[in-house]
Write a new protein. Structure first.
Length: 256
């Protein structure tokens, strides 16, 4: 059994230590999906952490979909703990600028990879829902903060069409990250070309044109897949050095 950890005065650090202990426990006991995690009081005793820190750790695991509460059974492992590191990375309040491009590129690659499946599974109801979101996006082009929220809704809807549970779960993990990196301080409207890319996707689904849809998806994401794409680069500071834009963790405030 791992050694007890000293309580950290920082509640976030304490919570992370509990998560580390749980990962070690799952690995040491070769636990599989469906197995039961230790009870809350046992985790408190084994880690030496406060009950508050343990509860926060378990709350995070539930939010990430790694565990689920079952009546009379306690906390059940529902997804591999190995995915927790990825989830914890996206939950950080600050992510190094170079990592932003890798996460952004991964997101675009996932959507492009599912493009054919999205088209095949999309129903008239899905197309109507995307049309409604797009209409609001076009109306909010002068309000970047509102527009980016709708943009996340638009792409979340596309992924939900696939019905692929793992893709949907990854998208749910990515969404808080992209909410955090949204350039809330943009003082200019969303470019018309960006709005046009979304319109092309919607119309291709409405018209059931697979060639236009696949082409539009590629155009939409082509410049986003590369981790070193210009849109992911840090904004130069006053002295010429790279500096993070406020609230963007280093991403340029531009829509694409």
């Amino acid at each position: 059994m791992p050694k007890k950890r000293k309580e950290d005065p920082n509640p976030v650090s304490s919570t992370d230590q509990v998560l580390d202990w749980l990962q070690e426990h799952v690995q040491a006991h070769d636990m599989a999906i469906g197995d039961t995690l230790p009870k809350e009081e046992d985790i408190v005793r084994e880690t030496g952490m406060s009950r508050t820190s343990v509860r926060e750790a378990l709350t995070r695991l539930r939010a990430f979909g790694v565990v689920n509460s079952r009546k009379k059974r306690g906390m059940i492992l529902t997804r591999p703990m190995a995915l927790l590191n990825f989830a914890r990375l996206l939950a950080q309040t600050h992510i190094a600028a170079p990592m932003i491009g890798h996460i952004g590129g991964f997101r675009s690659a996932v959507e492009m990879g599912f493009a054919r499946e999205i088209f095949l599974r999309a129903t008239p109801r899905d197309a109507a829902a995307l049309r409604a979101i797009y209409t609001r996006m076009a109306a909010q082009a002068a309000e970047p903060a509102d527009w980016y929220r709708l943009d996340r809704d638009f792409h979340s809807r596309l992924i939900s069409i696939t019905g692929n549970k793992l893709a949907i779960w990854f998208w749910q993990l990515l969404d808080p990250f992209f909410e955090f990196t949204t350039p809330h301080d943009m003082d200019r409207p969303i470019p018309e070309v960006t709005i046009e890319k979304h319109r092309m996707l919607v119309e291709a689904l409405e018209q059931r044109n697979p060639y236009v849809f696949l082409h539009s998806m590629e155009v939409h994401h082509l410049m986003k897949v590369s981790y070193d794409a210009p849109m992911y680069q840090p904004v130069p500071g006053p002295g010429g050095d790279a500096a993070a834009a406020p609230g963007v963790a280093g991403r340029k405030g531009s829509a694409a």
